[in-house]
Design a protein around this ligand. Structure first.
Ligand code: ADP
Ligand code: MG
Length: 258
């Protein structure tokens, strides 16, 4: 695809600058303390893989960064801007933070092309012709341009997830969050999604990826963050984390999934 169809690299932060910063983030669900004083800095262009047992707070962390969940205390900033509570500022934040879920969450009654153009047209006021041109470029890039006129249900899971990635990219986000993007896929479709994610990473997209796919972590991650019980227990580069985890909790977790 033409360079013009790609999300523009963020201009407001120099390479390596902190882009997503969490400080002392706490979150409760009733009596349940789900995030316990999370400190995490993700720099521009960095790919961070978040891993940890079920229930450790990984999804809540992603949802907090995208403001799909409120937090009880602490701060979260995206490109220097504290998470706004509501209104136009929140819409702008959502546009800056792309999110891809385990269950593809496409609009079932819209075509693939409409799924990708809707956000830019409605939230950013992009003209339909321009939105469609950009969308076709993105669908090309994730390898599903030939499916543009179909409804999501007519696509395979792997194709739907790639559409979901294109839809998120259409908003030109500064950071992309992926919450177990391949967990709902049949095994033969996992790589077609991971390959798209690896190429995004290689192009310099800032990414936070919740996944247990070691192959992806090894190929693309700068850093692995291991969560357990609502805390960041260990952080390391992938090679170090997978071959020589420091903590007993990480060793125990890895012995179960590897
Ligand atoms: P993970 O993604 O690591 O599996 P989650 O962030 O989904 O973990 O969940 C962390 C904990 O918070 C779990 O105990 C889960 O049951 C609980 N939880 C998540 N969402 C809610 C909610 N909306 N209401 C109550 N409890 C929740
Ligand atoms: Mg989860």
């Amino acid at each position: 695809p033409a360079a013009a169809d790609r999300p523009a690299p963020p201009t407001s932060s120099a390479p390596g600058e902190p882009l997503v910063v969490l400080q002392g983030v706490d979150k409760h669900f009733g009596p349940l303390h789900v995030l316990k004083g999370i400190d995490l800095t993700v720099r521009k262009g960095e790919v961070v893989v978040v891993i940890g047992p079920s229930g450790s707070g990984k999804s809540t962390l992603c949802r907090a960064i995208n403001r799909l969940e409120t937090i009880d205390s602490g701060t979260i900033t995206v490109d220097g801007v504290p998470l706004p509570a509501e209104g136009k500022a929140l819409a702008r934040l959502r546009a800056d933070v792309g999110m891809v879920f385990q269950s593809f969450n496409l609009f079932a009654h819209k075509t693939v092309l409409q799924n990708v153009t809707l956000g830019p047209i409605k939230a950013k006021g992009v003209r339909r012709a321009d939105a469609e041109r950009t969308a076709m470029g993105l669908l090309e890039r994730v390898g599903v341009a030939d499916q543009a006129a179909k409804l999501p249900a007519q696509l395979s899971g792997g194709q739907q997830q790639r559409v979901a990635i294109a839809r998120a990219l259409a908003m030109r986000p500064k950071v992309m969050l992926f919450d177990e993007p391949t967990s709902a896929l049949d095994p033969e479709m996992i790589n077609e999604v991971l390959d798209v994610m690896v190429s995004l990473a290689q192009e310099g997209m800032t990414m936070i990826v919740v996944t247990h796919e070691m192959g992806f972590a090894r190929r693309a991650a700068h850093r692995v963050v291991f969560m357990d019980g609502g805390q960041v227990v260990e952080e390391a580069d992938p090679e170090t984390f997978f071959t020589a985890p420091r903590t007993a909790r990480a060793q125990d977790f890895l012995s179960k999934i590897l």
